[in-house]
Design a protein around this ligand. Structure first.
Ligand code: APR
Length: 335
């Protein structure tokens, strides 16, 4: 899967398959990066754009790059920031997604984005950067045809925001495609063997991974049992995964793991903040989970997130294996 790269520079100088232009609906050029691209590409670009008959906000259209080092220009039109009142976040996400879809359709494997809408259109930079990251990351998890995506920052402020997001942020990407389910199952296999073998032994771990975390089992949970799975990405690498199931007023936190090498870096807290956000979106009043009684570290970590032990839970999971857990609950603060 391609990694997201962050650079500071002038997008018109990049020698890659395509650069994305933050255009306006007329596609007849303008200021900012639009102006810079038209100047560098030469007058042919404007002639070619005029044949496209404009572009809707959130949509994307493609032309050649003409005098640019890039072979193509993907023109997309970001939303003008209106205090979040006119669906700007969806429209901005659509700019990134439609541009990436257009790249795939044109066999473009390397492309660079400017920080769309964060200049003349006034979109707040931190929110725009998060939307860019989440949309690009989600796309790359399901599309292997892209080799390289560059976020080309022109100003220091955007560069700092993107770098911070890349170094410290996580992107939780919803698992839908067979490829994403396979990635999740592989993550589960790795994490469960690292984490649970010392606690419950290799036989029970193998039985549980094959029964509950196989590609088939995860697919069934997602498609037939109303589970939502998310892969947690950090620095464009899978760093863990989450499985949740809304159950009326409570959100059941079925799985929440961070890989060994990424533990202790604050990803757990960021992951839990994401889970709490989802619980509130579902209108849940609390989050519940079950945790192995011997899993002292996890119990301690969950206590830090506000969970309290409610009662012991013994579950026969088949083939003579028993899960000896505690049920824990965290009540959400109602805003
Ligand atoms: N390379 C990379 N990024 C650039 C460049 C460049 N040469 N020039 C400007 N940028 C950055 C800006 O610093 C900003 O972070 O592009 C980002 C987007 O800013 P704008 O170009 O102002 O685009 P946007 O905010 O989407 O507004 C679009 O501006 O240029 C007009 O015709 C365009 O009407 C449209 C509006």
């Amino acid at each position: 899967m391609a990694k997201i790269e962050i650079i500071k520079g002038d997008i018109t100088r990049l020698h890659i398959d395509a650069i994305v232009n933050a255009a306006n609906n007329s596609l007849t050029g303008g200021g900012g990066v639009d102006g810079a691209i038209h100047i560098a590409a030469g007058p042919e670009l404007l002639r070619s754009c005029k044949l496209l008959e404009g572009c809707e906000t959130g949509d994307a259209k493609i032309t050649k790059g003409f005098n640019l080092p890039a072979k193509f220009v993907i023109h997309t039109v970001g939303p003008v920031w209106q205090e979040g009142k006119t669906n700007e976040n969806q429209l901005l996400a659509s700019c990134y997604k439609e541009s990436l879809m257009l790249a795939v359709r044109n066999n473009i494997r390397t492309l660079a984005f400017p920080n769309i809408s964060t200049g003349i259109y006034g979109y707040p930079k931190p929110q725009a950067a998060t939307i860019a990251f989440e949309t690009i990351q989600a796309f790359l998890i399901n599309h292997q045809q892209i080799d390289r995506v560059i976020c080309c920052c022109f100003d220091e402020e955007n560069l700092k925001i993107y770098r911070e997001l890349y170094d410290k942020g996580i992107v939780a990407v919803r698992v839908f495609s067979p490829l994403a389910i396979e990635t999740t199952s592989k993550l589960a296999e790795k994490i469960w063997h690292e984490h649970y073998v010392p606690m419950i032994g290799i036989e029970q771990v193998s039985y549980m991974v094959n029964s509950f975390q196989s590609v088939k089992a995860i697919g069934n949970q997602i498609n037939n049992e109303n589970y939502q799975y998310y892969i947690i990405y950090h620095q464009s690498e899978p760093a863990g995964y989450i499985a949740i199931k809304p159950m009326g007023e409570e959100l059941f936190l079925s799985k929440f793991y961070i890989i060994q090498e990424k533990r202790g870096t604050g990803l757990g807290k960021k992951g839990y903040d994401f889970i709490s956000k989802k619980a509130k979106e579902f209108g849940c009043k609390s989050i519940t989970l079950t945790v192995n009684k011997n899993n002292i570290n996890s119990i301690k970590a969950y206590r830090k997130f506000g969970f309290e032990i409610e009662n012991p839970v013994i579950t026969d999971i088949g083939s003579g294996f028993i899960m000896d857990d505690y049920k824990m609950r965290s009540r959400l603060d109602t805003d």
